[in-house]
Every structure is written in structure tokens, then in C-alpha cells.
Design a protein around this ligand. Sequence first.
Ligand code: SAJ
Length: 408
Amino acid sequence: MNKISVIGLGYIGLPTALIFAANGVQVVGTDINVELVNLLKSGRPPFKEKGLDELFNKAIKNGIEFTTEYKRADMYIIAAPTPYIKRNKKLDPEFVLKAIKSVFNVIQNEEILIIESTISPGTIDEFVRPLVKGLKLEKGINVNLVHAPERILPGNMLYELENNSRTIGADSVEIAQIVKSVYSKFCKSEIIITDIKTAEMTKVIENTYRDINIAFANELAKICYQNNLNVYEIIRIANKHPRVNILQPGPGVGGHCISVDPWFLVGNYPDIVNVILAARKVNNEMPEFILSRISAIMKDHNIKDIKRVGLYGLTYKENVDDTRESPTLQILEKLSENLAFGIKTFDPFINHIMVEGQELDFQKFLSEIDILVVLVAHNHIKENIDKIKGKIIFDTRNVINIDGVYKL
Ligand code: SAJ
């Protein structure tokens, strides 16, 4: 396994390519996006992540190659996007299938083809195997399929790449062992070998489990609000129980994973799922709950102009610059057009205008509002408590410890 080709240099593919290269593997990183490849060639990673710059420099020093072309390798890792089709709650495997077809233009024989992209259970059987079978016949070669899903946490990706256990799903234990030995070049944790469908299922249910637990915390927040109880104190005390681990309520669930993966199970098993679907509904209704709380606070303080309300945070969670499916964007979508235009927003991680009413300067943002709604717990807001004193604050993330702050 001298050379690895990583295809798809996004949130998963890029850190994976870099960490293999930083650990002495010859890596070629391929992406169809010319601007992205040029950015990488100029030595600039496309997103912020703790430790990414150092890893990037190490990979460059070790000769990592970035290109839009597909290059021959001993192992191909596909980390192409797997978008979720809202209409039928299914996964769109097109990007992955296109990448596989392109790999077959350079593949020779017996290489290992690893899919790291999150795919719904059964995707390999339903879409990948038929495609690969045809391509193998056409070229008269064999290729070894593997599914190795990742579980790294945005905001702590590089630490988790090295320290999280991995699942290797393969058709043969021998191939799985080879892949396991390659991943152990950087993975210091347990690498579990299983079959492909089990690997597909475990990845999706891990995120589904988390979504259900967040939904429980959110529903608990609504119950506590009605009873004028402190949901955080109740969770804190309940979690003292040795077998209770309730997560934190928030303004909703964003990101391209937790808010997406459970839908694959809803789409694939509509006659079975109940809890999974109910949790999705609870989390998707949190933006409405936040809006009802904002209007109650405005009434409390006799503030009629939505322009005096500022939403802090556009990303889907703290200390990342990813806004996909963020609760704030969900809230803005639910506001009527003129209200959405009126409300102010600010996010220290977003340095370009992406919504109407967004301020790029924190002081200016604060000068224009009376009510500050904290929707994302960036370190930035915790470091600027002195600047927000005097505002009416609605802290949906329980990170502002000032008297009189509204909480969930
Ligand atoms: N959230 C809460 N309350 C909590 C925890 C999270 O409201 O107690 C919200 C966050 O604010 C965010 C959303 O949920 O909007 C998701 O955030 P997250 O940190 O739970 O998850 P992701 O999407 O950043 O990363 C998840 C992780 N999966 C699990 O923790 C089971 C990560 O390990 C996966 O690799 C990633 O999905 C993925 O790529 O699948």
C-alpha cells in the first residue's frame, strides 16, 4: 500500500488525505472543484479546524499532491458528498457513483476501493455493487470494496481522527486486515472489522442515537419552561445517575450529519420508525419555540421593532465555520420575509455577508440591537461578556452567566 488516492477533499476527505500524508504515506488528493484544488495547491485549507494548518504543512512537506485528475494508486478512498434528497428522504449516491466510474479509468487490478462517505444502509448493495460488477466485467479486472465510515467531530476532527475507534466493513477479512493496517498508521484506537452493511448501519445509527437524545433534552426544555423549572439544573442532577446521560437542549439541530442521517432510516423503514421520526420533528420544531420565546421577550420589554433583535451565531454549532442546516438559518426561514430582513445577525466565524441584516462588526451589531439571542456558543461570545452586559439576553446555549439572562 504505497500510494493512496483520496477522492473528495471536503470536511472528511481533506483531513484524511493530510493525516495519511503527514504519517509518511504517498497521497494524491483529487477533487473536481478546480478552485478548491488551486486553493490547496497555494497552501491554504478551505475551512477552519483546530490543528489543520500544522497538519497541512506537514503533508505538503511529505509531498502530498492535489489535483483534479484521477491518478493510479494502490488504495482509493472516496469521500464524495452524499446529499440527502428531502423529497423522498433518500440519499443521493450520484457523487459517489461518479467517483467510482472515474476511478475505473485508472484502476488496474485487485486494488482496494474504500467508501468513507456516509451512506445509508444498503447503498453498497443497491447502487455500488451493480455498477462495480459492470465495470469489472468491462475491464476484466477485480476490485475489493470496503466501507470505512468516519465519526470525527467537526471542531475536534484531527484529535478524533487519531483517537476514535474505526469500523472497517469489507467482503473479506483479509482485505479488511490490510485496510486496518493502513488506517493504523494514524489511528491509535480500536479498529473493528465487520461486514459492509453492518458498517453502513452503525454509522447512521450513531448519529440517529444522538439526534434522539438531543430531542429528549429539547422536549425536556419545553416541559421545564412550562413549569418554570431550570432544565439545566434538572439535567445536571439527573446525569449524576450512573446510567443517565441527557444531552443539552438548544435552538435546534443543524449540521450535515445529525440532522440528515436519521432521515435515511425514516426513508428506508417507514413502517418501523416511530421514535426516530418523532425526534426529528421535535428538533425541527425548536426554531419555532425559539421564535415564540423571542416574541414573548419582546412583549416583556415592550419592544415592537424586530430590528432591535440580534441573532448571534449563523454556524450550526460552536467554533466551526459550517452553516449547513444551522438552527439560525432555520429560524430565519420561518420568519416572514420582511421580519427576516429586519432581524440582525452576527457570527465571528463568517466573514462574508450571507443573509440580509448580517453585521460583520460585533460592536456595530451590538449597537443596533436591544435583545441579543445567543444561538451558537462560540468561544468568542464567552470572551466578550463585558461587551454584552446591559443587553436583554436570551441565551439558548446556557453559556452566558449574567443575572437576569433568559434561558431555554
Ligand atoms: N447539539 C445540541 N445539543 C447537544 C449536542 C449537540 O443541540 O447536546 C446540536 C449542535 O448544536 C448541532 C447539532 O446538534 O447543531 C449537531 O452537533 P454535534 O456536535 O452533535 O454533531 P456533528 O454533526 O458536528 O458531528 C456528528 C458526530 N456524531 C456523533 O456525535 C454521534 C460526529 O462524531 C460525526 O462524525 C458527525 O456527526 C458526522 O460527520 O456524521
